[in-house]
Ligand binder design. Structure first.
Ligand code: SF4
Length: 648
């Protein structure tokens, strides 16, 4: 009997270790490829999978475990490509005959990477199941014919041919790597890991957003079978999988998604797992999505709330990127409806899209605040994915898109933590014809400030008041605050913004200095978290700076003093305690009405309010976890405020 050839599959991710958890992802993509390929007897007879390489461990540790490899397949995404290159190079040096396969989202549709990386032998493009299996079959022949393998690039003498892609597989034919037991050894070998995983109930997206590679490649949605999905939910529960990241582009688009969620909730109730389920909601608003939001929140499975994604509010940008959003009235109605029911929604915005100007970006943020989306704007930098329409050089030229290869900050933190200096990068848009670089910088600073001050809430109520009373629109207010910070670098607020700006610049200069605050031990601290933390740790200085800034708005001094006090008292600070306070105005009713979209005049009357909260904030670590790490996602930083009768 012939000896089987040793193969390895790598899909690496960081190990997130904090005082509260230690987690990483199952290598789902490569597990899926192997589950499919090994169905073919000629593959399972010829090859023996030795190991999934799933962690960004030191290269020498991984290398030491690799024995006599015939090939290693690497799944490349923006968070793993440089690590993969380093490991592949080391493997090729130690085992010159070992074949190296690169596939995944970060592989461009041509064979250029083979020119750049002499140690890589094959590229697999697009969905990998059929090309991977065909390649394995071909590699096992005495005289392989790589021209017959669909969807790959390979070396043929001095040439690098790229074969046309395969017909996409029917996902009903794909076995589940979970149910096939492929990850059972990982679970058994690593009891210290609280596992996270990617779960797909379907593939494809009917939309065609220019910055994304999903809709370009797979416009037709292909559903996995309910039998498989129900089995996987059971497996997650039985194997203590903590966190499910649903990879569907539009969860909730089908009736059956509600049924799947019911099973997920039942699993949590019965087996205590999974604990968190996050998904991208369908790009619509209907009763099914409302019920899904309810089930996710009521079960505690979702901490983010439904996504009313917009990416941009500029009609011109939306036309360029080929996207259609819900109309603004509908968005406002659903933000408020979710809020009333006790679920926070969130809205994604991308900075740097073609056609977006500084003015239109800031106007978009202002509009979202006005629509009621105060705490849940999630900002993303525009980046270029190789298989998206925006990756096409002609498209980039047309819209004047310039990029900078920028280090990925999340990987940076965890990479450094593990003493491994391999950094990962992405191509961030730093300039377009519509947004010159200086404007782009200003837009970033505006984003950090609004995210930190308004999103977390440290200044939100003041901004809401000024906007509602037509004293200053939101965007103008925060732009003036930005100028004030720049003019007063010695104030806390000026120091904070300067530090954030320096950090942002250092990331682009490839020499990042992390934002850190003593006691925050949850991985990388974002610019927004840093801003809010500085305010929360030194509230006297922060609100004293703000009171100086607010003088320019010429408010009635008594009202101004009361407003500032109400703002400060509404925010949970370290060491927070329940309290009952009296104000000369009914701010609670006033701000509730604004949140509800039906503003009322601010009533001048003595009002007693009780401020409470339901979290355990007994230590600074818990404060950082609940208020800073998770805070912006669900307005955690605010006290619950209730009217109480006046004292006798
Ligand atoms: S961004 Fe979302 S909606 Fe647009 S094509 Fe990609 S997956 Fe589809």
């Amino acid at each position: 009997m012939h000896a089987k050839k040793n193969i390895y599959l790598a899909q690496v991710y960081v190990l997130h270790e904090t005082p509260m958890f230690c987690t990483t992802y199952f290598p789902y993509a490569v597990g899926d490829l192997w589950a499919y390929a090994r169905q073919e007897p000629a593959v399972s007879d010829a090859y023996e999978l030795q190991e999934f390489l799933f962690l960004r461990e030191p290269i020498e540790d991984a290398l030491a475990r690799i024995k006599n490899p015939f090939f290693i397949g690497f799944s490349c995404y923006c968070w793993s490509t440089e690590y993969n290159k380093a490991l592949a190079q080391a493997v090729k040096k130690k085992f010159p005959d070992c074949l190296i396969l690169f596939g995944g989202h970060n592989i461009s549709p041509d064979g250029k990477l083979l020119e750049e990386l002499p140690y890589v032998d094959f590229l697999i493009h697009d969905e990998g199941e059929i090309p991977f299996r065909s390649l394995l079959l071909e590699l096992n022949k005495d005289a392989p014919d790589f021209a017959a393998v669909p969807g790959i690039s390979y070396r043929n003498g001095s040439e690098i041919p790229t074969n046309p892609g395969a017909v996409l597989p029917s996902v009903e034919d794909l076995p589940s790597p979970y149910l096939e037991g492929l990850f059972d050894p990982l679970v058994a070998a690593h009891p210290e890991i609280q596992w996270s995983t990617v779960w797909e109930t379907n593939r494809g997206c009917p939309y065609h957003c220019a910055y994304c590679d999903w809709g370009q490649q797979n416009a037709r949605i292909r559903n996995f079978t309910m039998e498989r999905l129900m089995g996987e939910i059971e497996w997650f529960g039985a194997n203590n999988v903590e966190f499910i990241w649903c990879a569907d582009a539009n969860f909730g688009i089908f009736d059956r998604d509600e049924e799947l969620l019911d099973a997920m909730v039942a699993s949590k109730e019965r087996m205590n797992f999974p604990k968190v389920f996050l998904c991208q909601s369908a790009k619509t608003a209907n009763e099914r999505l409302f019920r899904i939001a309810h089930k996710l929140t009521a079960s505690g499975l979702d901490t983010l709330g439904p996504n009313l994604a917009m990416q941009s509010l500029s009609p011109k940008v939306l036309q360029i990127i080929g996207r259609k959003n819900l109309d603004h009235d509908t968005i406002a109605e659903w933000i408020r409806r979710y809020r009333k029911a006790g679920y926070r929604s969130h809205t994604d915005l991308i900075l740097g899209l073609p056609g977006e100007t500084l003015e239109s970006f800031c106007a978009g943020v202002e509009k979202l605040f006005a629509l009621g989306q105060h705490g849940g704007i999630f900002y993303f930098p525009c980046s270029i994915l190789p298989n998206a329409m925006m990756g096409d050089p002609a498209f980039r030229e047309k819209y004047g898109i310039r990029t900078k290869r920028v280090v990925m900050k999340d990987i940076l933190v965890n990479t450094l933590d593990h003493g491994n200096p391999i950094l990962e990068y992405f191509d961030m848009v730093t300039e377009t014809a519509a947004m010159p670089r200086d404007d782009w910088m200003t837009a970033n600073h505006f984003m950090f400030l609004t995210g930190g001050a308004h999103g977390f809430g440290a200044m939100r109520l003041i901004a809401m008041f000024l906007h509602t009373e037509q004293i200053s629109p939101y965007a103008a207010f925060y732009m003036r605050l930005l100028e004030f910070c720049q003019e007063n670098p010695d104030m806390l607020i000026g120091e904070t913004i300067t530090r954030i700006k320096n950090y942002f610049r250092s990331v682009q200069e490839d020499d990042p200095e992390l934002l850190t605050i003593e006691g925050f031990s949850f991985g990388r601290m974002t610019e927004l978290q840093y801003f809010f933390s500085c305010a929360a740790l030194e509230p006297d200085r922060f609100y004293s700076d703000i009171s100086i800034f607010l003088r320019q708005f010429d408010l009635d001094p008594h009202l101004f003093g009361q407003l500032l006090r109400y703002q400060r008292e509404s925010i949970l600070l370290p060491g927070a305690e329940e309290k009952t306070l009296e104000f000369d105005y009914d701010f609670a009713a006033y701000f509730d009405a604004i949140y509800d979209g039906t503003p009322i005049p601010l009533k001048k009357e003595t009002t007693r309010l009780h401020f409470s909260f339901s979290y355990d904030l007994s230590t600074l670590e818990k404060y950082f976890d609940i208020i800073v790490r998770l805070g912006r996602m669900s307005d955690n930083a605010f006290y619950q405020v209730e009217h109480v009768p006046p004292e006798e």
